[in-house]
Design a protein around this ligand. Structure first.
Ligand code: PLP
Length: 403
């Protein structure tokens, strides 16, 4: 996409993505002719049930799991809530204390807020900090395990800065710590931003629970999944007809679920090829910003193994993110100042603050997140536009322009 045509130069794929044509095609019959309730017995219902089963197989194949371990939900937020509150719901009260949860300071609000709700109900929580690239130290994380710890949650890829947490090492260390304290700690990972970017193999990551969402991977909004390892008990948030193996009642949204299954399967197929292309685009973006805007601060990790290339986050001293985003929007470029839900407020991002970024720099942050359609010329356009916007804002000395 170039600024010379009418298409938006969309650099906010971490916020959401468009439904890809193959996914739309997959879903359409389930809105119309294959509309049956998958729980009914006649042939029409069988078609819907087949769609549901196929999607569950597609998801299980990507996770390396059993189909019975996949629970379809209404998206990433619901999956996180189900994992956290569903595990907490089965905790016994001991001396008025309801158990301890460990998480990190940089999780999405869909993890932090349910944990805060549990704290109000008498649970205890530890929020482990991160270093300046956004990474949590697995040893420090595991050191937080106590005899009453029953649950830990650490995201695989951060939505604001793209850093990757070492979930497999965290899993190994917390299992050892749990054994030492003679307790069992369930490990949950929010992998919403990791799908299509990293392996989601649940055995390699050694997680008990994993959250996924459709709309970050060119699938529909309002659908996702929670992986629940066999033997792990969770209390349903939505009780009723007992669908999804008693873990999420409500007639299944078959059309959206088939779209989600297809989107995840396609994302996984294209993962390896996409990685190199995204790496090149990311290098071009970062090098371009460094050259044109020498005072810009890159928030996150430069190493390939600790950041996904699709997400890059910068702070521009002396400006706030909002006018920069409005200026970019005026030039046909869609970007974000952090997570979509916090972009409406001027509060500095909790992720950047946890990484030690000053509040002044944190409010001047811009997240650029690339996707399947992003081209080198889109990157060149954003570099041009960003330089011009910062220049117009007049608060910032910009470097020489690239011809
Ligand atoms: C890391 C992460 N977790 C959870 C969510 C919530 O997913 P959903 O929008 O499907 O509820 C998001 C979406 O922004 C996310 O980036």
């Amino acid at each position: 996409m170039t600024s010379s045509d009418d298409r938006i130069n969309y650099l906010d794929h971490a916020a959401t993505t468009p439904v890809r044509p193959e996914v739309l095609e997959k879903m359409l019959p389930y809105f119309t002719e294959k509309f049956g309730n998958p729980s009914s017995l006649y042939a029409l219902a069988g078609e819907a049930r087949y769609g549901l089963d196929e999607a569950r197989e597609q998801v299980a194949a990507v996770l390396g799991s059993r189909t019975s371990e996949v629970v379809f939900t209404g998206g990433g937020s619901e999956s996180n809530n189900l994992a956290i509150k569903g595990s907490a719901g089965l905790q016994q009260t001991s001396n008025g204390v309801r158990g301890h949860i460990i998480t990190t300071a940089v999780e999405h609000h869909a993890v932090l807020h349910p944990i805060e709700q549990l704290e109000k109900m008498g649970f205890d929580a530890t929020y482990v900090g991160v270093n300046k690239t956004g990474r949590v130290d697995p040893e420090e994380f595991a050191a937080a395990v106590r005899p009453d710890t029953f649950f830990a949650s650490v995201m695989l890829v951060n939505n604001e800065v793209g850093n990757i947490q070492d979930v497999a090492t965290i899993s190994k260390l917390i299992s050892e710590a749990a054994e030492h304290h003679q307790t069992r700690v369930l490990l949950h990972t929010d992998a919403v931003q990791a799908a299509g970017k990293l392996s989601l193999n649940v055995d390699e990551l050694a997680v008990d629970l994993m959250s996924l969402s459709g709309h970050k991977i060119y699938g529909p909004k309002g659908v996702g999944a929670l992986y629940v390892r066999r033997g792990v008990e969770i209390d349903p948030l939505i009780a009723g007809g007992g669908q999804e193996n008693q873990r999420r009642s409500g007639t299944e949204n078959v059309a959206l679920i088939t779209g989600f299954g297809e989107a995840l399967a396609l994302a996984e197929q294209e993962r390896a090829a996409s990685r190199d292309r995204m790496g090149n685009l990311s290098n071009r973006l970062i090098a371009g910003i460094n050259k044109r805007i020498p005072n810009a601060a890159f928030n996150g990790s430069h190493t390939d193994t600790s950041r996904v290339p699709e997400i890059a986050n910068f702070s521009f001293p002396g400006v706030e993110g909002e006018p920069v985003l409005l200026g970019l929007d005026f030039k046909g470029i869609a970007a974000s100042s952090g997570s979509a839900c916090s972009s409406a407020s001027l509060e500095p991002s909790h992720v950047l603050l946890a990484m030690g970024v000053s509040p002044e720099l944190a409010v001047g942050s811009v997240r650029l997140s690339m996707g399947r359609d992003t081209t080198e010329s889109d990157i060149d356009d954003v570099l041009e536009a960003l330089t011009a916007v910062l220049d117009q804002l007049g608060t910032y000395p910009v470097g020489p322009s690239e011809s």
